[in-house]
Ligand binder design. Structure first.
Ligand code: APR
Ligand code: PHB
Length: 389
């Protein structure tokens, strides 16, 4: 098979890139290790920055998001019994859109199918060849059959556990990592959200987050130990713990119900440099991971897709390679700012296992500073709604 861009990975990064290229008449082939149903069963964050909204519109996949998404003009931060609001629109002129990543992915799959996209599922043993030559290729196996794609460029959109990053030799690649000593236990429940806006809650017992997908679907998280298992937590125990971490007024109105999903995610910060090796370009989780505090995972993947899409477009429309050559540098400059924000917001809101009394006081003083200081609120708001591309 021959194509312009071989895309490894059928998560949101690979799908969005493929769809944007399709709109500009640039053909691609997408390889996914799992099935579409498997990809759509993963539940991730649900806050979209304006840059991603613009990309979804450009890709022609924004209709359902515009209809069903919930624009949010601000967010709430609580600590103990106190709560304050950060007004995004007043501080930055921009809002965010609450719309699940799973729904974004579903909309993208629908558009790809409608466009007659070439997508190979259950692709095994994907291998990148000759990435630093002018004629790269990708080989893989489907249902016991060996296959090969010859292409101009390869987009490595295969997530943290993919093969693309590993293709870059160790003497070229440098990785930066921070692992946090806690996880997030999350549940989805068919109950009305406790608040119209997302609540980030810092408490003596640890962090909690009250989020939502729609008027009757809520997403809640509590900070948990890394050794915890979802099955250790009954629904009743989860609700009880959540109530203890949010202000009493919210706890009193919280509507509980059976969980329809329950999972634990560890928290990690990770960046690999460079994000480009010859004709191989890394996008999204293949190159970087952020802790979920602030919901920057999908949004940072989207900024990579923006830079790569524009570089490819420039190349195919004018022959100019400048956008492609500058990809890694441009993408990483923004990635590190999102890393910094997610790390900062995580540190601010969580309890650390061996936190000293001094560290706790500093954390409390920083939250009080954020509550009282307009410039601090503006800094949070600008990062939350998304730094410009
Ligand atoms: N070959 C083909 N596909 C692969 C391979 C491989 N060797 N390895 C992994 N994949 C697939 C995975 O099955 C997955 O569907 O690549 C896809 C990567 O998708 P994500 O992990 O969702 O990563 P990405 O598309 O970059 O999305 C970034 O979405 O998943 C969230 O937390 C993530 O919010 C972040 C954003
Ligand atoms: C979510 O809705 O799942 C969510 C929202 C905000 C976050 C993380 C996750 O910071």
């Amino acid at each position: 098979m021959k194509t312009k861009v071989a895309i490894i990975g059928g998560g949101p990064s690979g799908l969005l890139l493929a769809q944007l290229l399709h709109v500009r008449g640039i053909d691609s082939v997408m390889l996914e290790r799992k099935t579409k149903d498997y990809v759509l069963s993963r539940i991730r964050a649900g806050v979209l920055e304006r840059g991603l909204l613009a990309l979804l519109r450009e890709a022609g996949v924004a209709d359902r998001m515009e209809r069903e998404g919930l624009p949010h003009d601000g967010t709430l931060i609580s600590y103990g019994e106190e709560m304050f609001r950060i007004d995004f629109t007043a501080r930055t002129g921009h809002a965010v859109m609450v719309y699940g990543q799973t729904e974004v992915t579903r909309d993208l799959y629908e558009a790809r199918e409608k466009a007659g996209a070439v997508m190979e599922f259950n692709a095994e043993d994907v291998v990148v060849h000759d990435a630093t030559s002018d004629a790269p290729s990708v080989t893989y196996r489907v249902a016991g059959q060996d296959r090969r794609i010859d292409c101009d460029f390869i987009a490595g959109c295969d997530g943290f556990h993919g093969v693309s990053r590993q293709t870059i030799p160790l003497d070229v690649r440098r990785e930066y990592e921070k692992v946090y000593p806690f996880g997030w236990l999350g549940i989805l429940s068919e109950t009305p959200p406790v608040s119209d806006e997302i609540i980030y809650a810092s408490s003596e017992r640890g962090f909690a987050l009250c989020s939502m997908r729609n008027k009757n679907l809520s997403r809640y998280y509590i900070q948990c130990d890394l050794s915890d298992k979802p099955e250790d937590w009954t629904d009743a125990a989860f609700w009880e713990e959540l109530k203890r971490r949010i202000p009493a007024a919210q706890a009193a109105t919280l509507v509980t119900g059976p969980s329809i999903e329950k999972s634990i995610a560890p928290l990690r910060s990770f960046v690999t440099e460079p994000m480009q090796w010859g004709r191989l370009f890394l996008c999204g989780d293949a190159a970087h991971i952020v802790p979920p505090t602030g919901a920057k995972g999908l949004n940072t993947a989207a900024s990579d897709v923006h830079y790569l899409y524009n570089g490819l477009r420039q190349f195919y429309e004018t022959g100019d390679r400048a956008g492609l050559d500058g990809y890694s540098e441009k993408a990483l400059a923004r990635v590190w700012k999102a890393e910094r924000f997610s790390w900062w917001f995580s540190n601010l809101m969580h309890r650390y296992p061996a936190q000293s009394a001094f560290d706790l006081k500093i954390q409390q003083a920083e939250i009080a500073f954020l509550r009282d200081n307009g410039a601090a609120q503006q800094a949070l708001a600008e990062n939350y709604v998304g730094l410009p591309y």
